[in-house]
Design a protein around this ligand. Structure first.
Ligand code: PHE
Length: 496
């Protein structure tokens, strides 16, 4: 069992963590979040979020994961057997996220394919919504299945299976060691190219033009914390799980630091590229940047194809490179989300990695088919709110309290410091994980719920209830099913 789930080196762990962090959140989400929340002024809440929440919490998650060398669920049982149910809730929610994440990867796969011949035609907006996704803005389209979309989604699940059914270091480790650096290199070239486009300065001026007055708004602080959360895969068990696979000599403090730096560098670099391109579009079309910029799928799948159309032959090179980058970033993130539930069921039901990954890919692939319908985009938006605004923040809050107070974060300090080649933890760290982070999380959670109230329609409430039921029922089943191994309740701790 040990070999199946161990990194071959610290480098594999760090690159896999960077692969987890750098994902769709960095490419389509961040540029828009930065722009719409005060431009240059956004850097203040962004840096506060990194220093007050991300770095201290990441180190806590890594430390506890390292200590137990097991799945999140098994570790919680060791902390207190009563926590088992909650120990399943997080992996299940993260799996729900992986399922909708796979949808966007599937869409990106379609665009990667189309980009070789600009198959989206002259009007990418109509192409995306009418021809390809046949989107309905309600549940009514749920029976209109779209096989073309389904095929690309299944291809994504196949890749996930192919990588994760192998022993950890031969599959995930190798893929991250090769593709994470590739991701940075391609992004570097795309951004340098974008910066040379005429009009790039218009976009950049628009992006960084700081709106200091927004600093007094609660929204921009929430946006910064939400972004950092999602972008760094915080509190979703990914860091916990990956750290549990590390060897004894791992320097977790420095690793956390490298992951944060790489992730922020990537997303800020991506923002430069996105806004240079938008500036170019603005110059070409005479439309102000503020009217071109959009969030999410529309930015990637509508604005970018428009740009590649305008770019002529160069678009035939830039297009495939861009959609390939998004694909790789998506796959390496999804692998980490997938891993959380996978290792929990491997541990409890004594399944091999091969079996567990096969079962989960079949279940996930099958479940994802709901997104291959006309209502897919609509349901996806609500599932995203369910995961990000409601469950994850609450779950991280619980996790932080369990790790910092019940497990006792102070137990980790000597070990973590003894390996650290960069900085050492002191009292400030305990104050963060015990007091500051829980308080921040409560504020964000209440704010997120408040935001949610504004979108409620009967259909969205139904979808949220269904997702909540799926989470509760599957977590209950996992909890109640008897373990197939004697050591389910016995986990060795590495830190004495
Ligand atoms: N960090 C990923 C992104 O930026 C999202 C993610 C969250 C992946 C949690 C895995 C686990 O897209």
């Amino acid at each position: 069992m040990a070999n199946e789930n161990k990194w071959g080196s610290s480098l594999a762990f760090i690159l896999a963590m960077i692969g987890s962090a750098v994902g769709l959140g960095n490419i389509w989400r961040y540029p828009y979040v930065l722009y719409s929340n005060g431009g240059g002024a956004f850097y203040i809440p962004y840096l506060v979020a990194i220093f007050s929440l991300a770095i201290p919490f990441l180190i806590l998650e890594y430390g506890v994961g390292y200590n137990y060398q097991s799945s999140f669920t098994k570790a919680l049982i060791k902390i207190k057997p009563k926590f088992e149910f909650y120990g399943w809730v997080l992996p299940v929610v993260v799996f729900i996220m992986a399922v909708y994440y796979s949808t966007i990867i599937g869409w990106d796969g379609i665009y990667l394919f189309l980009s070789f011949f600009k198959g989206w035609g002259a009007n990418p907006n109509t192409f995306l919504n009418v021809n390809l996704l046949q989107s309905t803005d309600s549940l009514s389209g749920v029976f209109n299945f779209i096989p073309f979309v389904a095929i690309f989604m299944i291809a994504g699940w196949f890749i996930i299976w192919f990588i994760s059914h192998k022993n950890l270091d031969d599959g995930l480790g190798k893929v991250c060691k090769v593709f994470v650096p590739v991701l940075f290199v391609i992004m570097f070239f795309i951004v340098i190219f974008s910066l040379t486009l005429p009009g790039a300065n218009i976009g950049l001026a628009e992006l960084f033009n700081p709106n200091w007055s927004l600093l007094w708004h609660f929204d921009i602080w929430m946006a910064a914390f939400g972004q950092i959360f999602f972008s760094l895969s915080l509190g979703m068990g990914a860091g916990f799980t990956y750290a549990s696979y590390t060897g004894d000599d791992i320097d977790l403090i420095s690793s956390g630091l490298y992951v944060v730096i790489a992730n922020s560098a990537f997303e800020n670099f991506a923002a430069l590229g996105v806004f240079s391109i938008l500036g170019y579009m603005s110059l070409q079309s005479g439309t102000p940047v503020s009217q071109i910029i959009t969030q999410g799928t529309t930015l990637i799948f509508v604005v970018y194809p428009q740009v590649f159309n305008v770019l002529g032959t160069i678009g035939l090179i830039a297009g495939p490179l861009f959609f390939f980058t998004v694909y790789v970033a998506g796959i390496t993130s999804m692998l980490s989300a997938f891993e959380v539930l996978s290792i929990s069921i491997q541990n409890k039901f004594s399944l091999t990695r091969r079996k567990a990954t096969l079962v989960l890919c079949l279940v996930g692939g099958f479940a994802s088919m709901v997104y291959a319908t006309s209502a897919g985009g609509y349901i996806l938006g609500i599932a995203d709110i369910f995961v990000n605004n409601i469950v994850i923040i609450l779950s991280v809050l619980v996790e932080c309290i369990i790790f910092a107070w019940i497990f006792k974060a102070e137990r980790l300090i000597d070990f973590l410091n003894s390996r650290s080649k960069t900085f050492k933890l002191g009292k400030w760290w305990l104050i963060h994980v015990k007091y500051i982070i829980p308080v921040i999380l409560i504020v964000i959670w209440v704010g997120g719920l408040y935001e949610l109230l504004s979108i409620k329609t009967t259909e969205s409430v139904i979808i949220i209830i269904v997702l909540a039921l799926i989470t509760i029922i599957s977590s209950l089943i996992f909890t109640k099913r008897p373990a197939k191994t004697k050591d389910w309740f016995e986990t060795e701790e590495r830190i004495k």
